[in-house]
Design a protein around this ligand. Structure first.
Ligand code: SAM
Length: 247
């Protein structure tokens, strides 16, 4: 997919606009200015996606081909729903035959063919409710979850890494053989145990930074392709002799 053009656009709004509202704090004004001048935001509006995040998934897919052939998808941290919109489309999910389950603790407007749970993914009931909602074995688990930021870099990093780890364990528990797992992580060190778990259970593990992910953001994605399957009890526990594995 080509990146959106920086110059002209078809939204009728010019890029390079300045926000003049005097009542806004400087930081809010800067955010709003960046948002309305962001070509991905404008392209999302044009193409009917709820968030610019859609292009992160589409760009990752363009290079790594994780969506093609996916029959059931679980979307973690789904609101406002652009990844679920894509998931519903690629799986051909309908209200009669739901193939996508999405979870977020924020409210999310309905998407046809998506079973939405408004729940914390860390809630003990969440895994089973997601499995019930997706209606069969998923072949793709995608997570764009990021913990609400506190402003303290180390705390934010640890919280989001924890979400990523819980999501990885969930993926290993639910995926069909050959399935894939994609999760948001932060630059600055993916935990060794998490990488070991993924490398033990998937054929390929890579870090990805799509163009739609802002260059100044520490966000990046961890992609684990080709789930090896749950062969015997204890096979997917993450316990490994190969402790020195790194990405
Ligand atoms: C970047 S947004 C996701 C955007 C989404 N991929 C899209 O395309 O619209 C991250 C979401 O993760 C959610 N989130 C963070 N922690 C969560 C948790 N423990 N359980 C459920 N959702 C969570 C947030 O509420 C937020 O809506």
């Amino acid at each position: 997919m080509s990146k959106p053009t920086i110059a002209g656009n078809r939204t009728g709004r010019k890029l390079g606009q300045r926000v003049k509202k005097k009542k806004l704090k400087a930081s809010s004004r800067q955010w709003l200015q960046r948002h309305i001048n962001d070509p991905y935001v404008q392209r999302a509006q044009l193409e009917g996606y709820r968030a610019r995040a859609a292009f992160k998934l589409l760009e990752i897919d363009e290079k790594h081909h994780i969506l093609k052939g996916a029959r059931r998808i679980i979307d973690l941290g789904a609101a406002p729903g652009s990844w679920s919109q894509i998931a519903a489309k690629v799986t051909g999910s309908t209200e009669e035959d739901i193939r996508v389950a999405a979870i977020d603790f924020l409210e999310m407007a309905p998407i046809p063919g998506v079973g939405i749970l408004q729940l914390d993914f860390l809630d003990p009931d969440a895994p089973q409710r997601l499995i019930d909602a997706v209606g069969g074995t998923p072949d793709l688990v995608i997570s764009d979850m990021a913990a609400p930021t506190t402003g303290h870099h180390r705390t934010d990093h640890l919280r989001t890494m924890h979400l990523c780890e819980v999501a990885a364990h969930f993926a290993v528990e639910v995926l069909a053989e050959g399935g894939h797992f994609l999760a948001k992580t932060f630059q600055g060190g993916t935990e060794r145990d998490l990488l070991a778990l993924l490398k033990q259970n998937f054929r390929q593990v890579v870090h990805v930074k799509p163009g739609a992910s802002r260059a100044e953001s520490v966000e990046m994605f961890l992609l684990a392709k080709g789930f090896k399957g749950r062969k015997t009890d204890g096979d997917a526990t993450g316990k490994t002799d190969d402790d020195a594995i790194s990405a």
